[in-house]
Design a protein around this ligand. Sequence first.
Ligand SMILES: Cc1cc2nc3c(=O)[nH]c(=O)nc-3n(C[C@H](O)[C@H](O)[C@H](O)COP(=O)(O)OP(=O)(O)OC[C@H]3O[C@@H](n4cnc5c(N)ncnc54)[C@H](O)[C@@H]3O)c2cc1C
Length: 311
Amino acid sequence: MPTLVLAEHNNKSMSDATAKTVSAALHLGDPVHVLVAGHGCDAVVDAVAVLQGVDTVIVADDPLYAQPLAEPVAALILSMAERYDAILAPATANGKSVAPRVAAILDVPQISEVTKILSPDTFERPIYAGSVLQTVTAPTGKKVITVRATAFPAAEPGGIALIVAIPAGPDPGLSRFVGENLSASDRPELTAARVVIAGGRGMGSAENFKLLEKIADRLDAAIGASRAAVDAGYVSNDHQVGQTGKVVAPDLYIAVGISGAIQHLAGIKDAKIIVAINKDEEAPIFQIADYGLVADLFLALPEMDAELTKL
Ligand SMILES: Cc1cc2nc3c(=O)[nH]c(=O)nc-3n(C[C@H](O)[C@H](O)[C@H](O)COP(=O)(O)OP(=O)(O)OC[C@H]3O[C@@H](n4cnc5c(N)ncnc54)[C@H](O)[C@@H]3O)c2cc1C
């Protein structure tokens, strides 16, 4: 049986997490179908249809899916679920909202936040804030899987999938879209950024975060933060990296004034190079950092900025 992947998108563009979930789905060894539920989402369909390995794009283009409400999207997946053994969604806020509804109503196992697919029934996933990797075997048969996208490479363009339009599924009428407040930023999105510079409690104030902004501008980096910095009101909570924040996987992660609590490290495990700037040489962040600078950040950041301007 083919595998179904739920595409994540904003009706205009496909998210990077979709391409990464497709690449996870390919490890199951069956043809991959991708469901695009949206409204006026032609550009998304075009982007998904050229991902290598996608066999069929199933498109439900209807006002019911203009916003990704979990209940109607789950009902749509349920209406087609009997054709699939495995149903995958990215482990994003949307995916994590839709997938458990589908698993519960089908009464099948859900395997959450998989980071490796060892066989069609065996998966690796992090537990205890990423400090332990668990290998789980699911019973043979239908299953729902959420994929930690940062653990998989994005499927590349180069394919040609069949595109099949389907009518909208039922509307359970359980939820209604009221509005959304999106944070507007010219910077790269935190979970997709190549470089992230993050500040912790050591930054001392919202005003001092401007020191990070200057460097982020030079490196085309996203800005992240520890929970302590968010709780102190230095930055908004969409900057939070970690167990209860975002999971990032940049090529370069620069942690400034962050001690390295396990809950923070859970969000940066997949970063390729970690640089830590901290004035306390005993700070736990140095145990996982590739490069560590024991220094006062208020001296180190202006120096770094000055050096970067020379490049
Ligand atoms: C259930 C749960 C979930 C959590 N989820 C998250 C999460 O998702 N993300 C997260 O980050 N935390 C999370 N936490 C909180 C976590 O345990 C830590 O409290 C938090 O990460 C600490 O943030 P911090 O490193 O900025 O602050 P601190 O631990 O206070 O560290 C500040 C660091 O700044 C350094 N410093 C101070 N001044 C300077 C200076 N002038 N120059 C250089 N260095 C300086 C200090 O030496 C220190 O190491 C969670 C906790 C719980 C219980």
